[in-house]
Design a binder for this molecule. Structure first.
Ligand code: BGC
Length: 381
């Protein structure tokens, strides 16, 4: 009797798993139950298992997050006709992520964006970091937070299915001082926002600047040059040839940097004189940082999808995928050409460790670093 019950239970388990798999294979992602579903995504070269967590909200939107790099691998939200579509760039297999990529969907840290010459002085001590972007340090170094396997566990939230990722960045990792305990909570809210809440604590003063590096295409494919964007920013921070801020804070008014009114991303892109040409600039958000405030609004003309960005950060890096060059083949065999996506990385300003009048990026023992960003999805009427 006991045996039969157990067998039945086991059978039911197998059935449940296979139903889940069939549903997950649905092109439209419809049918998965609201909640957090876990599966194995692959193994790193040193044998660490990488899991994928699928977050499904009550409206059927889906976010797939892998524990390698905390990468948002897929994000399915409805278009104006209610059809779900994937709005982020990424790959179908872990191997492709391991082979190298420009931070698709990843958590970036310990310091997002650039630190000039990969060095800084803090409390009288000089620190040397890897220079992995010409003469500069970029996105946390050679093995940043985008290339480590995070611990993960679903968390209870009334707002929607949520996943908490944790990582301990040890003292000296990539040259940074202090043991830094980091948590990132992804929530796919029932009203279709991807909310990202970051926290960090240290035992020694260190710069911290965390962001998510998702590449968005609201129409799912094609160039994003006809997407309409508005940035809640009246100023930006100009950069030198190596993309390090000059320290100036310049008004966008009347220039090709001005997106205070909605404009097509490509409307003036050809007038930029950088190489490869495109936007790759930090904008100074009107909200100023601290409170959750509007940062950007983007509309995909074909799909009618709208993404609004809210953040507690003072800056946003607007990047138009300038360095994509058709060399990477992404999900479903899509080749990622230049301008295949845009990034809106909410964070502190690049190279703030060298510019005293930029908002401070130094976290000290006893303090808690926090940042919250929401990518809110809806459709144009
Ligand atoms: C940087 C770009 C860089 C891209 C991918 C962005 O945050 O501003 O210059 O190419 O990340 O690494």
């Amino acid at each position: 009797m006991k045996r039969t019950n157990l067998t039945n239970l086991a059978m039911a388990g197998i059935l449940a798993v296979s139903i889940n798999l069939t549903m997950a294979e649905d092109a439209g992602q419809k049918g998965l139950e609201r909640g957090v579903h876990k599966s194995v995504f692959g193994k790193t070269s040193d044998g660490a298992v990488v899991d994928e967590y699928t977050l499904v909200n009550s409206s059927g939107a889906v976010a797939k997050i892998i524990t390698y790099g905390g990468i948002v691998r897929e994000l399915h939200v409805p278009d104006a006709e209610g059809n779900l579509g994937d709005v982020v760039l990424g790959f179908d297999s872990l191997e492709k992520y391991l082979a190298g990529h420009p931070y698709f969907g990843a958590i970036v840290g310990r310091y997002a964006n650039r630190i000039a010459k990969g060095e800084f002085t803090l409390d009288g001590e000089k620190y040397e970091l890897a220079t992995n972007d010409g003469p500069n340090h970029l996105h946390g170094g050679i093995k940043g937070f985008d290339k480590v396997v995070w611990d993960a566990a679903p968390v209870e939230s009334d707002a929607g299915p949520a996943l908490k990722l944790s990582y301990l960045s040890k003292d000296g990792e990539e040259g940074y001082p202090g043991n830094l305990e980091v948590t990132v909570v992804y929530t796919l809210t029932d009203d279709n926002a991807l909310r990202i809440e970051y926290e960090a604590e240290t035992d020694k003063a260190t710069p911290v600047n965390l962001t998510n590096h998702s590449y968005f295409n609201l129409d799912g494919e094609g160039a994003i040059l006809d997407h309409i964007i508005m940035l809640a920013a009246d100023f930006y921070t100009p950069v030198d040839a190596t993309l390090i801020p000059t320290g100036e804070i310049v008004s966008v008014k009347g220039t090709i940097m001005d997106f205070t009114e909605p404009k097509a991303i490509g409307s003036r892109i050809e007038q930029l004189d950088n190489e490869p040409q495109g936007y790759d600039h930090n904008y100074v958000l009107r909200g100023g940082g601290g409170e959750l405030a509007p940062a950007a609004r983007v509309e995909g003309p074909d799909s009618g999808r709208v993404m609004e960005v809210y953040t507690t950060e003072p800056g946003i890096q607007f990047y138009t995928g300038n360095f994509l060059d058709g060399a990477l083949e992404g999900k479903g065999g899509t080749v990622y050409e230049q301008y295949a996506a845009f990034c809106l990385e909410t964070d502190h300003f690049p190279d703030s460790v060298h510019v005293p009048h930029f908002p401070s990026v130094i976290l000290r023992p006893g303090e808690v670093y926090t940042q919250t960003t929401e990518y809110r999805f809806s459709t144009a009427k």
